[in-house]
Write a protein that binds this ligand. Structure first.
Ligand code: ZN
Ligand code: ZN
Length: 791
């Protein structure tokens, strides 16, 4: 039994009972301390490694680490998907370093090699230090990235046995030069893919194809490395690992590391006097609420970090809190964010550590690498987007004995609102999965070219690169990129390097540069796909907390010229979108209703924009724009109901447009609960009578050419996803729709029409026919006072 009145709990009670805040705490979760479970070192791990681990304080591995070691040694692709600070790296390092150590006994001193991939250079550098702690110096670990001096590179290729790099470097530097890496690849025993949940969407799809290229070259040199992956806890880690590597994988998910007790509160800010679009009620912002709570906590001498989503918000929370506290306590609160100088940041970290600072408002810049243990409380102003980040941030609080307090403060949007009313979505088995779609032909095509340039492609390679390969090769031939020889193999025909044709982290199309008109200074870039909506002429553009007005969007040169400004308004683009079905992959019948997944063409034209007053959201005016339509071919999930169903449900046809539109918005808001995407990665269209289906239809599509796996995940988990959507709309306390349920900040139609009650009825009609007809989300964990689930 948890102690009845732990310090964190008392703190939470004080916060939630003072100043009329009674209704804001929607749920309290007690996470009990978890004792460690140990296993003996597997026999297959070399005694040198065991001894080195003991030197850094690890006498015995935790059970999940030992399990991973055994699987790795048996040659099984394994993904370790356990919590933050659960020692995932020891799980893969011990078997890797054991084998590398053995390899040093070979005649040439390098009988085995391993490759480590991290999403960032910083993480790779950090991992090199860890490897050095555990391995005797004769296991030569080396970084190989863009910063490695040319004179060192040759040494790494010839002598290093553990090479730490990133997927970009593998794609651009290592694979195209494989001949020079042949002695390394020949004896490649392991490939470690760390933080593999960051390989999601289009980026993840690219990385998946890079790994297939690596596997092909290894096979050519006679090696078949074992893949070891580390991931945050998500749904279906084995499925993700398989998609990423193309190999069947086993997941290790039972976390045996110890954890201190934590009290976790879910918090919903109150409604304000302000009204938003169409008179909708508006909640106090999560950052303002966070500043109020931080004020109270600092007054009680509680060391607290507030995590916010933007640099600007970090400054705002710190300022507001300082204002409310007054001197002298105000001096003990500060902001922390990317963009500060390294010295400033180190000083802030020191002050927080020593207790001179009591409150810090920070962006996720503080998430990784910085030791700020010993905090009493963590506040999160808005859901940080994934459960991995949520636990990463919450995990920063905690002192061994007395435990820690974490509070998630909801922003005024459907996902946050849903989460603070459905704690099971956060505290039970994850439903959010890392999704990617390596079969996307837009992603695959450049990798087939790169692969052909590395070694001519043959029919034997078709299976490795997936089902889209066979139809794509003749297309690449027609484009003059590949040529087929009489022996049936495909060659790269150009002089330029094939690997240069694709940037793994780009999203296609040349990005638009944002340039300060008077100085010519480059401020940043936006994806071509987003440029029309975000940096059109007249748009207000925020960059690192500063405000600019777009003087002109020049599509010819892909440049947006901006000037510093301080307008009292924000802008919102208006657009017209039409969608047509190109190909239906699958359709399932839900009673009379239908749910489909397939390929679509979306034609979108930005036609104007609104100016909205910042303080009130009031519309100050509308301007027209003359931009060409843009065509996107992508993947979508869509659902439709019949007219008979609508008649049976007493849903009049004239309310259908508002119902479908509202359901579409809310479902886009909730999809990130099931797939690690952002609501900005996906789009939607609702049509009262769609020419391709002949029925009222709602589409949700991936915002990237060829798709990224998000819509597909929606199709696979449609019952839960649309049930959660229905639930989010139905349980919102507003009367006619608000940002917490059906209004969307990215609506191209000014959030009009929207019909909240009709949307619930429409979803009920659809879900009534769904398999296992949908009891809405787990009633067991429903907070007191929450809306009863079910339809
Ligand atoms: Zn609402
Ligand atoms: Zn809309």
């Amino acid at each position: 039994m948890p102690p009845r009145h732990s310090l964190p709990e008392a703190l939470l009670t004080t916060l939630s009972t003072s100043r009329g805040r009674a209704d804001r705490l929607t749920h309290t979760e007690h996470l009990p301390a978890r004792p460690a479970r140990y296993s003996p070192w597997p026999d297959s791990i070399r005694p040198e490694i065991v001894a080195a681990a003991a030197d850094v304080g690890v006498e015995q591995p935790w059970a999940h680490q030992a399990e991973a070691m055994n699987l790795a040694k048996s040659g099984q692709t394994v993904v370790i998907a356990t919590g933050t600070a659960s020692g995932k790296s020891l799980g893969y390092l011990a078997p890797v370093l054991s084998d590398l150590l053995e390899g040093t006994e070979a005649r040439n001193g390098r009988g085995a090699t391993a490759l480590y991939l991290a999403p960032t250079k910083a993480l790779a550098a950090d991992q090199r230090r860890r490897a050095a702690e555990l391995a005797p110096p004769r296991v030569r670990a080396a970084l190989y990235d863009g910063d490695t001096p040319p004179e060192e590179r040759e040494w790494v290729r010839q002598y290093a046995s553990y090479v730490l790099t990133n997927p970009d470097m593998l794609h651009r530097g290592i694979l195209p030069a494989h001949a020079r890496w042949s002695s390394f690849l020949k004896v490649l025993r392991y490939v470690v893919v760390d933080e593999c949940h960051s390989y999601r969407g289009v980026f993840g799809s690219h990385v998946a194809q890079v790994l297939r290229r690596l596997r092909r070259l290894c096979a050519r040199y006679g090696s078949s490395p074992t893949f070891l992956l580390a991931s945050a806890t998500t749904a279906d880690p084995a499925v993700t690992a398989r998609r990423l590597t193309g190999l069947p994988a086993v997941a290790v998910t039972e976390d045996a590391s110890p954890r201190g007790p934590m009290v976790f509160g879910l918090w919903e800010p109150p409604l304000t006097e302000n009204v938003g679009e169409h008179g909708a009620p508006v909640r106090r912002t999560a950052t303002t609420e966070a500043a109020h709570l931080l004020t109270d906590l600092v007054e009680r001498q509680t060391r607290t970090v507030v995590f916010v989503r933007s640099r600007r918000a970090a400054e705002l929370v710190a300022l507001q809190t300082q204002d409310q506290l007054g001197r002298p306590l105000a001096d003990r609160v500060a902001a922390y964010r990317g963009g500060y100088l390294a010295d400033e940041r180190r000083a802030l970290e020191r002050d927080l550590h020593s207790g001179r600072l009591l409150g810090l408002a920070s962006t996720s810049a503080l998430e990784l690498g910085v030791d700020i243990s010993g905090l009493d409380a963590v506040l999160m102003a808005g859901y940080p987007g994934t459960r991995a980040s949520l636990w990463q941030q919450a995990g920063r609080a905690g002192r061994e004995a007395q435990g820690a307090l974490a509070i998630l403060i909801a922003r005024d949007d459907p996902l946050d609102t849903y989460l603070v009313h459905h704690p099971e979505a956060l505290f039970s088995t994850p439903v959010e999965a890392t999704v990617l779609d390596p079969d996307n032909p837009h992603v695959l095509a450049p990798h087939l070219c790169a692969a052909a340039a590395e070694l001519p492609l043959t029919d034997a390679d078709l299976e490795l690169f997936g089902p889209s390969t066979a139809p794509l090769l003749p297309v690449l031939e027609r484009r003059g990129l590949l040529r087929r020889r009489t022996d049936g193999s495909w060659y790269w025909t150009r002089r330029e390097r094939a690997a240069d044709a694709v940037d793994l982290r780009g999203s296609g199309g040349s990005p638009v540069q944002i340039v300060e008109a008077d100085t010519g200074r480059l401020l940043g870039t936006v994806d071509a796909a987003a440029a029309h909506t975000t940096v059109h002429t007249g748009a207000v553009h925020l960059h690192q907390g500063r405000t600019y007005l777009v003087r002109e969007l020049d599509l010819e040169d892909s440049v947006a010229l901006v000037e510093p400004a301080d307008p009292p308004y924000t802008t919102a683009a208006r657009d017209i979108t039409s969608i047509s079905v190109l190909d239906t992959d699958t359709t399932v019948h839900w009673g009379e209703g239908r749910l489909s997944f397939g390929s679509v063409e979306v034609v979108n034209q930005v036609v104007g924009y609104l100016r909205k007053r910042i303080s009130t959201g009031e519309i100050m005016g509308e301007s027209k724009l003359d931009l060409p339509p843009r065509t996107l071919r992508t993947r979508a999930v869509w659902w439709s109901v019949t007219e008979d169903q609508l008649l049976d449900a007493d849903l009049p046809l004239d309310r259908l447009p508002g119902a479908a539109h509202a359901a579409e918005h809310a479902s886009i808001g909730l999809l990130p609960l099931f797939a690690t995407c952002d609501r900005w990665d996906i789009g939607g269209v609702s049509v009262p009578l769609h020419p391709d289906t002949g029925l009222p239809t709602v589409f949700v599509y991936d915002g990237h050419p060829g798709g990224a796996g998000f819509a597909e995940r929606g199709f696979q988990r449609a019952v839960e996803w649309l049930t959660a959507t229905r639930e989010a709309i139905a349980s919102c306390e507003c009367e006619r729709g608000c940002p917490s349920c059906v209004q969307s900040p990215k609506c191209g139609n000014g959030n009009d029409p929207l019909d909240k009650t009709a949307a619930v009825r429409l979803l009920d009609v659809l879900l009534a026919g769904a398999p296992g007809a949908a009891p809405a989300a787990g009633p067991a964990a429903d907070p007191e006072g929450g809306t009863p689930a079910g339809s």
